[in-house]
Design a protein around this ligand. Structure first.
Ligand code: PLP
Length: 435
């Protein structure tokens, strides 16, 4: 039970009780349920800039930013106005609009590996469709993914490593047939030797490699340059499609995404989160030649009633314009770096084993000596201590992702003062943790 400062029962508790009667676990996406950290999820009533407020009207500095989309800050007036104007013109037509052309042109210009793009409504659809395209284009079934990378909840991607090295995967969800994941090879992130071995054994049967080039679903883990370079070279050599899942890191770690940061050109890219600016827009794209295999031109089928929805596209397009303002990413990166450095120093001062890292507007917090390089190292961090830290920060009015496995996000509205307020709160919490 959470209580308000006046010691009344929290409205969040009441809402959570009620929600669980009609919605499984009381939430519409599992991580929101606080299962990993325990306690009652906060029900959000409104948000503005770097803040949101819960049902008790308690204010939080928000470091999830809707899990990435809120890069320009919540309820940015220019984005809200564009959405209102689009809504007034009609909510959905089921026929093409000029706005979709403008959005496609913008994405192709900002991400040069994309010559053609298809808009969808969720990251899951984007990666699922990219996978189908890779399989359709190569005529192969096998795919490679990496442990700890999340690519949405499509069947063949809900897989963990098999029992032995280079065995095909096991489902991580009930309801996923073994038959669907038997083509998915799950390897360790940042392990070049294993990747080489997999291609040596199965090379010409592999349709694609799918990777988060900056991983954000096992906390924040950076890919080594050697790992991504090896992946690119092996895919080229064996005629496999390299898919960068930039649903999270796209327009987040740099304007051109991780592919710009690392200077590597994938064959297909999946985008989401930031490109909808808070409304449901995602996309996948690549060379015109590959994309021509999509229906209605080609044999790979994919469709969506609300794909390219005009209101969602208005939010996304306006967000893409704002992030192109000069200095936007310098400022965003400086903000995340300031937070990571400040938290690290505060922990050190208190004698707590902790480190933090940031890439562009994403950051990771780790209760370990050094940042992890793969899933196993991430899991070895002190998760119990994270949970105590999380709740103490929540009490301080700072909302980090409610699980040690998640990355954090800053927005352009997180001013130095907001960051410093966060660091001061963390310094108090670290001292308590050390006591
Ligand atoms: C969030 C995410 C997805 C899934 O996107 P949804 O819009 O939640 O379906 C896929 N890949 C990555 C890397 C993500 O972070």
């Amino acid at each position: 039970m959470t209580t308000t400062s006046r010691n009344q029962v929290s409205k969040n508790d009441e809402l959570f009780e009620r929600a669980q009667k009609t919605t499984p676990g009381g939430v519409n996406s599992p991580v929101r349920a606080f299962r990993s950290v325990g306690g009652t999820p906060r029900f959000i009533t409104r948000a503005e800039g770097p803040y949101f407020w819960d049902a008790d009207d308690k204010r939080y500095i928000d470091y999830i930013g809707s899990w990435g989309p809120a890069i320009v800050g919540h309820a940015h007036p220019v984005v809200v106005k564009a959405v209102q104007e689009a809504a007034a013109r009609g909510l959905s037509f089921g026929a093409p609009t000029e706005g979709e052309i403008l959005m496609a042109e913008e994405i192709c210009r900002l991400v040069p590996s994309i010559e053609q793009v298809r808009l969808v409504s969720s990251g899951t659809e984007a990666t699922m469709s990219a996978l189908r395209l890779a399989r359709g284009a190569t005529g192969r079934d096998k795919i490679i993914k990496f442990e700890g990378c999340y690519h949405g909840h499509a069947d063949s991607l809900l897989v963990k490593a098999g029992s032995g090295l280079l065995t095909f995967g096991n489902p991580t969800s009930a309801g996923v047939p073994e038959d669907f994941v038997k083509h998915t090879l799950v390897l360790d992130y940042n392990n070049v030797a294993q990747l080489e071995q997999a291609f040596a054994e199965f090379g010409d049967e592999i349709a694609c490699v799918i990777v988060e080039p900056v991983a954000g679903n096992m906390n924040l883990i950076k890919a080594s340059e050697a790992f991504l370079q090896a992946m690119r070279a092996l895919c080229t050599k064996h005629g496999s499609v390299l898919i960068f899942d930039e649903v999270m890191c796209g327009f987040r770690v740099a304007l051109g995404g991780a592919q710009e940061l690392y200077g590597i050109k994938p064959d297909l890219t999946a985008l989401g989160k930031v490109i909808g600016g808070g409304l449901p827009v995602a996309a996948f794209g690549g060379s015109a030649e590959l994309m021509s295999k999509m229906a209605p031109l080609g044999a790979v089928y994919q469709a969506g009633t609300l794909s390219g929805n005009p209101v969602a596209v208005a939010a996304g397009m306006t967000t893409l314009k704002i992030i192109q303002q000069p200095g936007f990413y310098q400022q965003l990166s400086a903000t995340a770096a300031r937070l990571a450095a400040g938290l690290t120093k505060a922990a050190k001062d208190a004698g707590i084993v902790f480190c933090a890292d940031a890439v562009g507007g994403m950051f990771g917090l780790y209760f370990s000596e050094t940042p992890p390089n793969n899933y196993a190292e991430m899991m070895a961090g002190d998760r119990a201590r994270f949970n105590v830290f999380f709740h103490a920060m929540l009490d301080e009015g700072v909302y980090f992702a409610p699980a040690a496995f998640e990355a954090g996000f800053v927005s352009a509205q997180h001013s130095d003062a907001v960051i410093d307020e966060t660091i001061a709160a963390a310094a108090r919490v670290f001292k308590k943790l050390a006591a």
